[in-house]
Design a binder for this molecule. Structure first.
Ligand code: PMP
Length: 407
């Protein structure tokens, strides 16, 4: 069945906004954050209008209701990811916090001098810096698997760097710069054979329906609700419960303790031990509404639509003289980074703004990858299923005009 993009767009009120230049918004910065559908917006207002109370502690109806909604959302998020019973979902503020919990809480007690952490050249800072901090504290070493000129993970290099000393492989499912989709099932199988754990940064794959935990034998999965059309400041770390229960917490306070005495404190099992203090209750409750919304979409049709947009965008960009696309992997999410000879990426993005086109320019929180590519930054177009072919064509026409002025 054909994907009815116009009908889908009706669910996203912001897509009808006009920008200061008087033109309708063309939102091509979905890898930074996705727009929100009506059910998410309405559920947020509804929570604060009808259900708001603090959770896990009130002996009254409203608090019980908020607690039930919060815990139901946790189950909904796990179900959305097809997580088996052995997995638990810890609510976090997003993929960054989830990855920090893996690095800091698992790393602190499981890494020692001589151990290795295997990352890849295409990682976001959120999957680099927490490991650098942990490596420094434990004496473990970071190894980095290379990418091929097409921007795919170089599996030969990955295998060469994976060995008996590797304690964990932490890798993006999809790159926020190159768009590359990594074959997590194979990577996880190789990691497992080497006796290493596997942590997956799913921040960029989950918005494109690549969220199925069922098929890969992984230990930790980090994602952000806001990139999946849900609220900001909310996300999850979905992980094997037995690993989580053996990890020491990192944030301490109310809600995560079993008993507190001056002589010492005992902690609750997961997920509570990682959720100290009052969490983002509404955000985490409404995260499940984003999952519910995505579950109703025909994912095959949506992926096909995104693939058509990606192909048209790539083909269109390749016709420009002096323009280079970074990331030509066979399997990609609809993210295209490019640079134009002699033109600064910031000039392109700010001129596109005059056409009401929102794109991101810079290093995209992936400075080491920029180093590999020999760049300071790129212009990045990142699409979602609500984008249209007309928008892609309008973008290409606008870019042609801009470059004729800038060059
Ligand atoms: N990993 C990747 C691949 C990302 O693209 C991002 C966000 N740009 C993050 C992690 C961090 O996500 P958040 O900012 O939502 O914590």
């Amino acid at each position: 069945m054909k994907f009815d993009v116009e009908k889908i767009r009706e669910d996203f009120p912001i897509l009808s906004e006009k920008m200061a230049c008087g033109r309708p918004l063309v939102y091509f910065d979905n890898a930074a954050t996705a727009q929100k559908p009506r059910p998410v917006i309405e559920a947020t207002a509804q929570f604060y209008s009808q259900d708001n109370a603090n959770i896990h502690r009130g002996a009254y109806e409203l608090s019980d209701r908020a607690t039930s909604m919060y815990e139901k959302s946790r189950e909904d998020v796990k179900n959305f990811l097809h997580a088996a019973a052995e997995y638990e979902a810890v609510f976090t503020s997003g993929a960054t916090e989830s990855l920090n919990i893996v690095a800091q809480c698992w790393g602190a007690d499981n890494l020692k001098p001589g151990d290795e952490i295997l990352l890849s050249e295409m990682e976001h800072h959120a999957n680099i810096v927490p490991w650098q901090f942990m490596a420094e504290r434990t004496g473990a070493k970071i190894k980095v698997a290379k990418i091929t000129p097409e921007g795919e993970l170089d599996m030969d290099d990955f295998r060469a760097k994976l060995g008996g000393r590797t304690k964990i492989v932490s890798i993006a499912h999809a790159s926020n710069v190159l768009g590359t989709i990594n074959d997590i099932s194979s990577i996880a199988a190789e990691a497992r054979r080497a006796g290493a754990l596997i942590s997956v940064d799913a921040a960029q794959s989950s918005p494109h329906f690549l969220d199925n935990l069922e098929c890969a034998d992984i230990d930790f999965l980090s994602l952000s609700s806001h990139k999946c059309f849900g609220p900001t400041g909310s996300g999850a770390l979905v992980a094997r419960k037995k690993l989580l229960d053996n990890m020491r917490p990192w944030k301490f306070g109310g809600d995560m303790i079993e008993d507190v005495a001056w002589s010492g404190t005992t902690f609750r099992p997961s997920p509570e031990r990682f959720e100290a203090g009052t969490p983002n209750i509404s955000g985490n409750v409404v995260f499940s509404q984003a999952c519910a919304y995505l579950s109703k979409i025909d994912r095959m049709a949506a992926q096909e639509h995104e693939d058509e947009l990606l192909e048209a965008l790539t083909e269109g960009l390749l016709e420009f003289d002096g323009l280079k696309i970074f990331g030509r992997a066979k399997n990609k999410v609809p993210v295209v980074s490019f640079a134009v000879e002699g033109v600064h990426y910031n000039d392109i993005s700010s001129m596109l703004n005059n056409y009401a086109i929102a794109v991101r320019a810079g290093h995209h929180c992936a400075e080491p990858l920029m180093g590999t590519l020999g760049l300071m930054g790129t212009c990045r177009v990142s699409l979602a299923f609500y984008n249209t072919m007309e928008e892609v064509e309008y973008f290409l026409r606008s870019l042609r005009h801009i470059l004729s002025v800038l060059r």
